[in-house]
Structures are given as C-alpha cells and as structure tokens.
Design a protein around this ligand. Structure first.
Ligand code: NAD
Ligand code: ZN
Ligand code: ZN
Length: 369
C-alpha cells in the first residue's frame, strides 16, 4: 500500500508551488522512508521555479533537508528506524568511470538520472492524487512530509542537532564549508575573498576560518548580510554597490590579489571579478551558477599568470564522512548555523519564503514539515 502525504509541487515554471496531497511508493529493498522534519529553501530550488534550471515537470522541489527514518527496505543494514538523518543529493554508483576516479559528483548514472528527475534506480517514486507521475529535484523532492530514497542518501547524524539546523548541512553549508576545506587549497594565513554572502557564502566564510585563513574579505550587495559575515569570521566586509572588490583585494595584498577566491553569488559580474581579484598563481572556486545557456566574459589577461579556476558542486562532499563532522562542529560551537536561519514557515507559507529569497531578503527560510 502506498503512503499519501502533503508536498509542494511545481507544475509550471514561473508559477507558485502548489501544496497538495501526493502518494509515495513503497520502499525498494535498498530504500528507506524518511519522515521529513525540516527543509531549507536554497537558491537552486528558486532557479527551477523561475525556469533558469530546467527539469521535466511536475516536480517535487526541495533538496536541503533532515528527518527521521520511518521505515527501511529489507536489504538496508546501516540505517535504522528512528535514526536522525540529513539527506544527500549526490547518490553515486561507486563503479563507473568517474566514481573510479574519486569524482562521485560526476557519477555517470547520477548525471544521467538527475537530468530526468527520477530516482537513482531510474524510477519516479511519487504520484499526483490524479495518478500522474511526479519527478524529484536532485533525487529527493524534500518539500514533502515523507520521502522515499536509497539508503545511501540518508546520512545518520547525532540526535542532539536540531532538524532545522541539521537540514542546512545538506546543501548550502556542505557546499560552502566544503569548498574551503575539501576543494580549495587554503594555506595558513592566506587572504581569502568570498563573493556573495547568502547561505553558501556565509558557510564559505566559516570554512575559510576553519581552514586557517589570515584575512577573510566578504563581498555582498547587502549590508545586513555583510554584518553577519563579520560575525561569522570575515575580517573585512565590502559592499560591492559602493566599493570595487578587485581594488580591495589588491589593496589588502600589496597589489598581488587574493590567494583564494570562493565565489557564491551566481552572477556574471562576480565571476568576472574573481579572475581580476585573484593573485597570479592563486585559486578561484566558482560555486554559483547562472542559466547554462548564458555566456560570461573575461578579460584574457586576467586569466593568465598560472591562476587556477574550478567550478565545483557540493563542496567536494563525501556525505557519510562530512555530514557527521559538520553536525559535530555545530554542536561544539565551531560552526554557526543558528544565524543562517532568517525565516520559518510551514508548507503553506513556502511561496512567501521563495519571494523573500528572490528579493534577496533572506539567508535561509526553513520549512517545518
Ligand atoms: N555549487 C553548488 O553545489 C551549489 C549549491 C547550492 C547553491 N549553489 C549556488 O550558489 C549560489 C549561492 O546560493 P545561495 O543559496 O547562497 O543564494 P543566495 O541568493 O542566498 O545568495 C547569493 C548572494 O549573492 C549576493 N550577490 C548577488 N550578486 C552579487 C554580486 N554581483 N556581488 C556580490 N554579491 C552578490 C546576493 O546579495 C546574495 O546575498 C547560487 O548561484 C546557487 O545556485 C551552488
Ligand atoms: Zn558512478
Ligand atoms: Zn541547494
């Protein structure tokens, strides 16, 4: 018998999400069913709503989430009913060309199935009340009271981290902190610039602090986000509507430029500034994204000088290793998450939460499920 529950469904890009009853599939032997407790509204969900990121619809959005394991399939061994889990959006097969080269984020099955909006085993696992198939954003579709998913995507974390904080680790925090700790090569005392101080960027600021950066220059367009960046570890905060981040990076480094730049704005101008503001021999990690059909222009000279550029997804996440470590860093007070929550709502208020994100007025709104 399948389970019915409420979920937020995108029927058409540009339209608000519709909160409605859906049915979810019985778990396959390697699946678990998770009673969702909290999910963050990430910019990536907004890109799907606004149509710059295109998937087959109707789709259940939501991919930054935490909950309690309600049921496990007959072949699941390492996740138990009652475990608290953070959901990972990077299932991978473990034996394709890219998995064999330690790049689970490029797993060939992950990339092929993700574009179709199906689960990792190739099936849709939810239906509209009318019987039509639903697709799932990033193998999850977490804006739903219940989610069925492969056990490899349900990562057990300590029970003492509250769900509304834990969910943030599932995307924005993993991406930002991981970019600093797993992807970039930040040396002790380095000057790191972070462009864009939403949840991803504020996590990147904290990752740079944890990596031992000497100076952390945070850049945004919003003074309130910059004040928070200072609170979370930035040593300098620059409003790019008033000051030029490229000049600031050079002034702070005797004209050389920042050692490492973590970009988390998702804006063509910010991409361009990273190339201008990094020092020769330095490193740029792009985390943000724009419509994949758009061009971004760079001054050729700004790309020279042995600079290293890398676009990275999910902060080099190895969720089973990293989620418990990040949860423990929160519990120990080394990673601040409370400050990232600027709004809360239930499923019925989810469209207002996305409006606030679209206007740049929120960092993370968390939906209680
Ligand atoms: N790489 C990944 O795996 C991954 C994961 C999650 C999100 N993302 C992407 O990362 C970006 C940030 O995500 P988020 O959820 O933190 O979004 P967000 O909208 O909350 O934050 C973006 C921030 O960038 C600022 N900004 C915009 N243009 C700017 C500019 N020109 N200069 C300086 N600051 C600027 C905004 O004021 C905002 O504070 C988005 O593009 C999102 O799609 C990537
Ligand atoms: Zn693979
Ligand atoms: Zn996300």
């Amino acid at each position: 018998m399948s389970l019915t529950c409420r979920a937020a469904v995108l029927h058409q890009s540009g339209a608000p999400l519709s909160v409605e009853r859906i049915s979810i599939a019985q778990p396959a032997p390697t699946d678990v069913v998770v009673k969702m407790r909290a999910a963050g509204l990430c910019h990536t969900d907004l890109e799907v709503i606004d149509g710059s990121l295109r998937y087959p619809l109707p789709m259940i959005l939501g991919h930054e989430a935490a909950g309690i394991v309600e049921e496990v399939g007959s072949a699941v061994g390492d996740v138990k009913v009652g475990d608290h889990v953070i959901l990972s959006w990077n299932p991978h097969c473990g034996h394709c060309f890219q998995c064999d080269r330690a790049q689970p984020i490029l797993c060939e099955t992950y990339l092929a199935r993700g574009a179709e909006g199906v689960h990792f085993d190739g099936a849709s696992k939810a239906w509209l009340a009318t019987g039509g198939r639903l697709t799932h954003l990033m193998f999850l579709g977490a804006f739903s009271e219940y989610v069925v998913l492969p056990a490899q995507q349900a990562i057990v974390v300590p029970k003492d981290i509250p769900f509304d904080r834990a969910c943030l680790i599932g995307c924005g925090v993993m991406t930002g902190v991981g970019a600093a700790l797993n992807v970039a090569d930040i040396g002790h005392g380095d000057t790191v610039m972070v462009i864009g101080c939403g949840a991803v960027g504020l996590a990147a600021v904290q990752g740079a602090r944890l990596a031992g950066a000497g100076a952390i220059i945070a850049v945004d367009l919003d003074d309130a986000k910059l004040a928070l960046a200072r609170h979370l570890g930035a040593t300098l905060a620059i409003n790019a509507t008033r000051e030029d981040p490229v000049e600031i990076a050079k002034d702070a480094t005797q004209g050389r430029g920042a050692d490492v730049i973590l970009e988390s704005a998702g804006h063509p101008l910010a991409f361009r500034q990273t190339a201008e503001a990094v020092r020769p021999g330095g490193e740029v990690i792009w985390l943000g994204k724009i419509d994949v059909t758009r061009d971004v222009s760079f001054r050729w000279g700004a790309l020279m000088g042995e600079k290293r550029f890398r676009r990275s997804s999910y902060g080099g996440a190895r969720p089973r290793r990293d989620f418990p470590l990040l949860a423990q860093a929160y519990l120990d007070g080394r990673l601040k998450l409370d400050e990232l929550i600027t709004g809360r709502c239930g499923l019925d208020g989810i469209n207002d939460g996305f409006d606030a994100l679209r206007r740049g007025q929120s960092i993370r709104t968390v939906v209680a499920l």
